[in-house]
Design a protein around this ligand. Structure first.
Ligand code: ADP
Ligand code: MG
Length: 566
């Protein structure tokens, strides 16, 4: 309800919208705007079902199919409440008010704009009224509806009053990031990464919270298609997938994403309140959102010349591509070594880590040049302490190394074909009709994923071959989730992501075992090499489990700690 009323205010080009609620909106919802207003002789019409002022040309009419059917909201709200409209346009002597129930028109006082008052919601349908939640919960819903609009329109001021008190105020501001600060949290404004991506027919912009900002609940996930707030599985899935590597456990990412698609490529009429959409090509949208978020999470570190380590390494020390195994062989703890791990993937060792500077005296470099600074000491065999321009850097050695090894394994894998391995004994399972159908329909895709599936009986499927690296694992579970994904999203991309997710999980556990263990003494050279490598490794700010790998403590923070005025 709040959504429709604010929609109308924005349609009327309002720049300030004031919302007032009593009893969480059940007693009163009052939405007042400074938009263009409604003429006296149009007031009655605005309340008629299918009466809309928003279609005046043939072109508008064509848009009807893409924008959804119009002219229903006010009539629908009026049928379950006591509704009145007061409105003033720029050329009337004074405002007019219409009472929806009696149809009575009377003179009123209001500056240019419109006020819609909705009183006693569901007064005439006690059955529905009974389903209303507590006032506090209803107010939360109203606020959330306003927030969804506000995040998309930082150029519009919103004030929200409840029980006569100002509850929230988001004044017009120049950027979406600032609006995030106002309407979500100031911390988030500082912790968000900007997203900007275009591919073919789809553009993605907006912000994502850093993995640090992720939440226990999925309550700060906003996405908009062509300016309208939507809830969409394809988009949610693509974002989750892009975050898969950097999120800790069940943490939920935070995002405000604006997706622009050609209106002909999206159907908004699949849901009465238009909160769901259907894309003509969901794969195209999935891929654009996935890449948009992934790029924002892992910008190429070498972009800034000031931070780029000098290349190449002119020294007798081991090259970084070998040092995980040679420098830290003591850390292997009997599990797969990094070389063995790499050998699983073809081509293996060649696709190595980026080179870092291992020259004879790396720590004579000015500390300010390195993003993560110059190593000065190791603490308890766990943390590396380094000095950079901002102050002190503390690195969790194991976490950081784990990410570096993992990313290098992934890099070695990327581009390589997924190797399929026939199973000695095919694994059969009872399949649903949807799974059998998906198996039939997507045979080529499955083969590309290294999976060979055949129907044993109308209700039984058999896995005959699986990706080599995963053949030892639960191939039935893998097959089922891939089939489910293909059936649901019909997207090869999503299924491929699933397989690589499973492979990545495996790589991550290998990396964890191969990475430097705690209590291993490192030389300054080794520490510096690790820091330089972090600087050129994607996603190196988080370990594979989503924990931070390093923290900065600024000189200011240290000064505060010691109460030292500067
Ligand atoms: P729709 O927005 O789809 O046209 P509604 O039932 O929401 O249908 O509104 C009916 C009509 O009432 C609109 O077409 C518009 O002319 C008018 N209207 C409603 N709210 C406002 C407003 N806040 N400012 C100006 N005109 C409004
Ligand atoms: Mg409307």
């Amino acid at each position: 309800m709040v959504r429709e009323l604010v929609d109308n205010a924005l349609d009327a080009k309002a720049s300030t919208i004031v919302l007032r609620f009593l009893a969480g909106g059940v007693r009163l919802i009052n939405v007042e705007d400074d938009g263009s207003g409604i003429e006296r002789n149009q007031l009655a019409l605005a309340l008629k079902r299918h009466a809309t002022s928003k279609i005046s040309t043939l072109g508008d009419l064509e848009q009807l199919s893409t924008m959804g059917f119009r002219g229903e909201a006010l009539a629908a709200i009026a049928s379950v409440s006591d509704l009145s409209i007061t409105s003033q346009t720029h050329d009337q002597a004074h405002a007019w008010r219409i009472d929806a129930r009696s149809g009575e028109l009377s003179p009123a006082a209001l500056s240019v704009g419109t006020r819609i008052e909705v009183r006693e919601l569901f007064f005439n349908t006690p059955a529905r009224r009974k389903f209303l939640k507590t006032d506090a919960t209803e107010l939360t819903h109203c606020l959330e509806a306003a927030r969804r609009h506000a995040l998309a329109r930082p150029d519009v001021s919103f004030s929200i009053w409840s029980e006569g008190k100002l509850h929230d105020q988001w004044l017009a501001c120049p950027t979406a990031a600032q609006r995030i600060g106002q309407a979500l949290s100031e911390d988030l404004e500082r912790q968000c990464l900007s997203v900007s991506y275009a591919s073919g027919a789809v553009q993605v912009s907006g912000f994502i919270g850093t993995p640090d900002a992720a939440r226990a609940r999925a309550d700060q996930q906003y996405c908009y298609v062509n300016g309208r707030f939507v809830r969409d599985k394809v988009i949610q899935h693509a974002v989750r997938q892009a975050f898969a590597d950097v999120l800790h456990g069940a943490r939920q990412p935070v995002y405000v994403l604006f997706i622009t698609v050609d209106p002909n490529r999206v159907d908004v009429n699949v849901h009465p309140t238009k909160i769901e959409v259907r894309f003509r090509d969901s794969r195209e949208v999935h891929s654009a959102v996935f890449h948009a978020v992934q790029n924002a999470l892992a910008p190429p570190r070498l972009a800034s010349p000031g931070l780029a380590p000098p290349l190449p390494a002119p020294s007798g020390l081991a090259s970084p591509s070998t040092w995980p195994a040679s420098h830290y062989s003591s850390a292997r703890q009997g599990s797969l070594s990094i070389n063995e791990a790499q050998a699983l993937w073809q081509p293996a060792a060649g696709a190595s880590l980026p080179q870092t500077n291992q020259s004879a005296s790396p720590y004579e470099e000015p500390a300010n040049d390195w993003r993560l600074g110059r190593a000065i000491a190791q603490l308890q065999g766990i943390y590396i302490l380094a000095e950079n321009a901002q102050g002190l850097v503390i690195v969790d050695t194991h976490a950081a190394h784990e990410r570096i090894v993992y990313e290098s394994l992934k890099q070695a894998l990327s581009g390589a074909q997924i190797q399929s391995q026939p199973l000695l004994i095919p694994a059969t399972f009872a399949a649903t009709p949807e799974e059998v159908a998906a198996c039939d329909e997507h045979a080529t895709t499955l083969a590309q994923l290294g999976l060979e599936l055949t129907a044993f009986s109308p209700k039984t499927l058999a896995v005959r071959a699986a990706p080599a690296a995963l053949a030892e694992g639960d191939v039935v579970a893998l097959a089922r989730s891939v089939l489910g994904q293909l059936a649901e999203l019909g997207s090869q991309e999503a299924a491929l992501a699933l397989v690589s997710e499973a492979q990545n999980a495996l790589l991550a556990s290998m990396a964890c075992h191969a990475a430097v263990r705690a209590n291993r003494k490192l030389s300054l050279e080794e520490m510096n090499a690790l820091l330089r490598q972090m600087e050129v490794t994607e996603r190196s700010d988080q370990c594979n489990h989503g924990r931070p790998t390093w923290r900065q403590i600024s000189i200011q923070e240290l000064d505060t700690l010691f109460m030292r005025g500067r």
